[in-house]
Design a protein around this ligand. Structure first.
Ligand SMILES: [Mg+2]
Length: 261
């Protein structure tokens, strides 16, 4: 059967709002992945959600019946570790303001993390990733680190994310508070940064023209694809309605209801 997907050799797939919502599969997403495997297409998942490690995401996906290896998951943390490795910063000491799970994952990657906040002056960089336990002390030490010259990295610059209760502060809001205390540039590790799209392309190991990005967020998935120079499809099964997609200045190449083949 001819469909928009048949034209592409590789896929970069967002998770929330595309494959699942609140970790429940969205209709047709599993069938879509089965189709990709049957047709020998390549795919990676690219999420801005940094609460878990790539390995933990691949476990969740496999449990849901979505075939996926750890290498097929790219998150802002993948990008962060890559930056530290490429720029030979692995020996620098850094402070991490994130979920416990993520911190443990970063430690396993042999990155030197300062655990005692009173040593904030030794920190060359800090990583901020919104999480339910982020508190005033975190905000205070993160601000003190950047005042003392630490480079600021954020897993995303989204200001809010949707929950059943309504929109709640995301990493971007925490970064805004740090910047209010002490103005400093921030490196966004997540979508729409070109670097994270490049990492996803490297994992696929194919040309840009052969890739389709599928996402539900215009500002991260679609704007990121446009600036990186790959084709994109917006699915209206998540964050963005068909109406708001039509009204937006950010244009995907395709708009799809879901991943039905
Ligand atoms: Mg999404």
């Amino acid at each position: 059967m001819k469909n928009v997907f048949s034209k592409f050799k590789g896929f970069i797939l967002d998770l929330d709002g595309v494959i699942y919502l609140d970790k429940q599969l969205i209709p047709f997403s599993k069938k879509f992945i089965d189709y990709l495997n049957k047709e020998d297409k390549r795919y990676v998942f690219l999420t801005n959600d940094s609460s878990l490690s790539p390995k933990a995401y691949s476990k969740i996906l496999n449990k849901l019946g979505i075939k996926c290896t750890e290498k097929q998951v790219v998150t802002p943390i993948t990008n962060f570790i890559e930056i530290l490795r490429k720029d030979s910063l692995m020996n620098d000491q850094i402070m991490v303001f994130s979920s416990k799970q993520l911190k443990n994952f970063i430690k396993k990657e042999k990155i030197k993390i300062i655990d005692n906040p009173s040593r904030y002056k030794d920190s060359k960089s800090i990583l901020v990733s919104g999480n339910i336990n982020f508190n005033y002390k975190d905000l205070m030490y993160a601000s003190l680190c950047v005042q003392n010259g630490a480079k600021l990295y954020a897993t995303s610059i989204d200001n809010s994310y949707p929950t059943a209760l309504g929109n709640v502060p995301a990493t971007g809001s925490l970064i805004a508070a740090i910047k209010k205390t002490f103005p400093t540039p921030v490196t966004n590790l997540g979508k729409p940064s070109k670097k994270i799209f490049k990492l996803a392309q490297e994992r696929l190991n194919i040309k840009k023209s052969e890739i389709l990005m599928i996402g539900d967020n215009l500002k991260t998935d679609i704007a990121g694809s446009n600036s990186f120079g790959i084709k994109s499809a917006l699915v209206t099964s998540g964050k963005t309605s068909l109406q708001s997609a039509r009204n937006s200045k950010i244009k995907p190449d395709f708009i799809l209801k879901n991943l039905k083949i």
